[in-house]
Each structure stands twice: as C-alpha cells, then as structure tokens.
Design a protein around this ligand. Sequence first.
Ligand code: ADP
Length: 453
Amino acid sequence: MISVAWRITIILLLVVLAAAAGALLGGHPGAMVAALLVLVGVVARDSLALSRLIRWLRSPEASTVPTGSGAWAEVFYRASRQLRLWTGRLSYEESKLHRFIEALQVSPNGVILLDENNQIDWCNATAAQHFGLDAQRDLRQHAVHLIRNPEFVAYLQAAHFHEPLHMHRAGSRAQFTLSVQVFPYGDQQKLLLSQDITQLERTEAMRRDFVANVSHEIKTPLTVLGGFVETLRDLPLDEEQRLRVLGMMQTQSDRMRHLVDDLLVLARLEGDPYPPTEVAIDMKSMMTQYLSEAQALSNGRHQIKLEVRTDLWVRGSPQELHSALSNLVSNAVRYTPEGGSISLEWDAVFVDGQPRHAEFSVSDTGIGIAAEHIPRLTERFYRVDRGRSRESGGTGLGLAIVKHVLLRHQAELLVHSTPGKGSRFVVRFPAARLVPRDASSSGNAAESVLEAA
Ligand code: ADP
C-alpha cells in the first residue's frame, strides 16, 4: 500500500507536470494558474485534516475520531483502531490491577509497600488499621514518621529482616500484638507484612498455663503417694496404721483418677465439632436423680429440696447434660457447710402459652463467691480457694466442663452469689431446646415438690 506522503507527492508531481506541459506546449499561462489553484486546494484540504488530527490527538477518544476523505480516511481509521486496541489493553491491565488490589485489601494481614527511602507507596486497609494510618493521606510519608514505635524504627534501620518483629500496640479498645516482617524486593523496595497475633499469644499462654496446671495437679498427689509408699516400706506399722496409710493412698489415687477423667471429658468436649446427640430428656426424672446424688454426697449434712414446676423436656445429650448439671449439684454440696440448705429447681417462663426458656437452678446457703471471681469461674483450674477445693475433692475443671456442655446446647450459665450467704447457679435453656412432654398440652406446667432432709 502506498503511504500518504507518497500519494501527496505523486499528486503534486502530476499537477506540476500537467501545468508545465500545458504552459510549454499550449503556451497557456492559465494552465499554470489552474495548476496552482489545484495545488492550493490540495494543501488546504490536507492542512484542515491535519489540524483536525492534531486537535483530536490532544484528547483522543474513539467517539470523536475526525472524518476525512481519501488517504485521510485511512489515517483516521488506523488512528482510531490503534486507540481502541490500546484502550482495550489498558482496561484489561487496569482490571487486573484492580482485582489484585482488591485481593490485597481483603487479606487479614497488613500489607505495606515501601520505596527505597522507606516512604509508603501503598498500604491495605488492614495495615492502616494495624498502624493507625490513613491509606490515602499517608501515602509518600516516611514509615518511621508514622509508626514511631522505637523497636520498629530500630528493626527497619538494622535491616535484619530474616526474623519477624513482635510489636505491642494500643488499639482504640485494647492492647494488641503484631508480628511484623519486611521482605526486600526489586530495587531496594520493601514489602512489609503485619499480622495480629494477640489471639495466638493468648492461646499459647493458655496452653502453657494448662500444661503447668496439669503437671502441678498430678505432681501433688503423686508426691503424697510416694511419701506413703516410703512410710510403708521403711516404718514398722501395726495393722491399724497400715490400713490408715492405705486409705490415704486410696484418696490420692482417686483424686488423680478424677482429674484424668475430667481432663478426658474436657478434651472430648473441646475437640468435638459435632453437635450433641439429639435425644429428648425427661428433666423431671433427671432432677430426681440429682436429688439422690446430692443426698448421697451430703450424707445427711444438709437440707436438700427439689422443686419441679414444669414438665418440659430438654433436647440434647443425656451424658453431657448429666455431667454438667451434676457438677453444679456436687459443687453446692461441697461448698455448703454442714447444716446449710440446698435447693434444686426446674422451671420455665411462658409467653402467650409458648415456653420462652426453661431454667435448671441449684441454690445453696454456702460460702458464696466474691463478685470479682464470678467471670473467671469457668476457666480451667480457676478456684477461689485452692485448698478448700482440693480438700473437698475438686479438680478445678467442673465449671469448665459445664461451660462447654452448655455452649454445645446453646444454653446459658448465670451465677448469682453473695460471700458468706450462698450461691445460685442457673442453667437457662432456650425455647428451641425445649420439648413439651405431650405436644397437645404444651404450656400446662405440672407442679411437683419433693422434699428431702
Ligand atoms: P472445683 O473442682 O474446684 O470445685 P469448679 O470448676 O467446679 O472446680 O469450680 C471452680 C470454683 O468455683 C471452685 O473452686 C469454687 O471456688 C467456686 N465454686 C463453684 N461452685 C461454688 C458454690 N456452689 N459455692 C461457692 N463456690 C463455688
């Protein structure tokens, strides 16, 4: 294909040749004038098209491509086609970049891009939140001017980036810990990643505490048992003394067994992602069972009362609920001095004939619990009085088991207590867990009161 410049040159040459031939052969000076007019016309048309092209090139858009005739039509067509091609490529690259940035924005980790002077090139929303930055306003600012933590400044200056830095930061609501690591790339640029490890640190601390507690709990009875073994081996004991020592050894080994049993129950509950087996449980007969257990444990030292005010059943795991509720009953007996009273109740609240919730409660007139301990009672091994708990055969795991079982049944534990006066532990089951004994008579609460000395 002939280029535009060549076409124009050929036209001009033809015009000049025709004019020259006319002037020479015919002796017509008019031919020269006509040739000049044609020339002016061609130049004027091209200048016009050229100026339209220049104007369009200042802000080229596919919708405003100028039109032209002859060779200019091809010029404009090719220019607009090239423009469409570039625009297409650009929007494809832009959408790729946009998707990449979107992915970085939803990352749970903070991402900051630093240039060779440690100025912020870009940061995602998580990094902005971790370091208190404004993702727009703080661009091009020096990282150390905005993140003034001395450890961070030293880390960036030392440039030993093979290990992460753990930074403690104060958020709007609480302290949190960040793990920060820098990865150099390109021409002295840096990728800074931050991760909130507060929960990880807490879990690690809990794990360490748990191992220390279990070791301590097992070591104590083991040491005592070891002492008794030495006594039996080294001392000449009469039959009565020997039986007493063996009885004490039995107590210690029972204690260890209880501890291991509770640990196994807890491990199973914590590690079991499945909901409990769905069985309808007759709470009235469960309550009678708890009464017998409380009486056996109390051995006549307390007044124990049972009140069943509703015949609603509960849907859940009989084993798990038995283990949780009997823990509350045994606590009431263990933390109530001789002569005190204990009351077991099963009751429900109805709204418009429909149960809103039902409550299992154990009230005692025992030693009570000071308010500051109540929020921590369900922590593993948390005891208000370690000595008293051990003396009464406690493992410190009972209420942790209760918490897990109730969580699995969407039930709530409410604790009301006054030191020196007594406590009331309430387990509230939501309506969704309640089953009317007889579906046709739901809402007709039966009342039965059993008394036991
Ligand atoms: P423990 O085996 O020590 O009883 P729990 O987890 O069952 O462990 O209970 C945790 C702590 O809560 C107990 O050590 C005790 O201090 C306190 N506690 C639980 N129930 C009662 C209660 N009915 N009265 C007074 N204190 C209680």
